[in-house]
Design a binder for this molecule. Structure first.
Ligand SMILES: [Zn+2]
Length: 305
């Protein structure tokens, strides 16, 4: 079947906006001289969905989707908190792409910003420490993982935070999707608050974001009958379910195999049973992370005042 998307603009020379402006939702003429109002209407509807709507762009909470004047206006309107989401490029077995942390933290940061009501989301910090490069340790033992030195990572987070302070954000929040650098983020926030002691600007490292995906989420999965062996600690049922609930396109469903051979799974970079994963289970984790992180940010901001 030929895609409507291609036909709408290229083959059929049909401009939905022009048709709509002419009141042409029910009558329009295709290039070949065929008048088919039902087809036209279908294409106009599909076409309208493809045209970026200015209101949508302005409504984005992601700074990289906005112009500088839109960010300026958002600040003036009270969006004075910025969330710096930290991800990572790391193997997650044969069934999840290397961008798991980056995509997931971006989706969740947006939901947290939406819940807060006064926050924007900074671009995701994608390059993070993932172990020694040579000889490789931890996830670096798997192709595709990228690791940078701790100091380089801290300098990037620090520089981003100072940039947002300079532009007028009053609260700079850091959340990290990967476990290994949590203490590094905390140390960056501590240093910033030391340097900003005489100002009313504050950095907030929110460890609750990561912690909510550990003990409370794992307990919720146990309550639904999963074993610790299924839940796992990396790329197992807990981790993979979270990914299914945030962006399932990163999950290779044909690779969601269960195995009782923990050694074989470990050789593939997996701890746990991805075969037991579902988006519904992951949604439990999403709700926990968003609600607890939102509450923790509010508490941290209130404490700092
Ligand atoms: Zn990780």
């Amino acid at each position: 079947m030929v895609s409507v998307r291609t036909q709408t603009s290229a083959t059929l020379n049909l401009n939905p906006r022009t048709s709509a402006q002419r009141g042409g939702l029910t009558v329009c003429t295709l290039k070949r001289g065929i008048t088919r109002s039902w087809l036209c209407m279908l294409m106009v509807i599909a076409g309208l969905g493809l045209v970026p709507h200015p209101a949508h762009a302005q409504a984005s909470l992601h700074i990289e989707d906005l112009t500088w004047t839109e960010v300026r206006d958002a600040l003036k309107a009270g969006k004075t908190t910025v969330i710096i989401p930290v991800g990572g490029i790391e193997q997650s077995g044969p069934h999840m792409t290397l961008g798991k942390h980056n995509v997931r933290v971006k989706v969740l940061a947006e939901r947290i910003a939406l819940a807060l009501g006064n926050a924007l989301v900074a671009p995701v910090i994608a390059y993070v420490p993932e172990g020694q490069v040579s000889p490789p340790t931890q996830h670096m033992r798997f192709v595709g993982t990228v690791s940078i030195p701790d100091d380089a990572f801290k300098a990037v987070v620090d520089g981003a935070a100072r940039s947002f302070k300079q532009h007028g954000f009053t609260d700079v929040v850091m959340i990290g999707d990967h476990g290994g650098y949590q203490s590094l983020l905390e140390s960056v926030a501590t240093r910033l608050n030391h340097d900003w002691a005489k100002s009313t600007i504050h950095a907030h490292f929110i460890g609750t974001y990561y912690d909510a995906a550990q003990t409370p989420y794992n307990q919720a999965l146990r309550d639904r009958g999963l074993t610790d062996a299924q839940i796992g600690t990396h790329a197992g049922a807990a981790d993979t379910s979270l990914m299914l609930a945030t962006d399932a396109t990163l999950v290779r469903r044909d690779q969601l195999k269960s195995t009782r051979d923990a050694a074989a799974a470990k050789a593939l970079g997996v701890s746990g049973d991805p075969g037991a994963s579902t988006a519904a289970l992951g949604q439990i984790g999403v709700d926990l992370i968003v609600s607890r992180t939102t509450a923790a940010i509010r508490q941290a901001v209130a404490r700092s005042r």
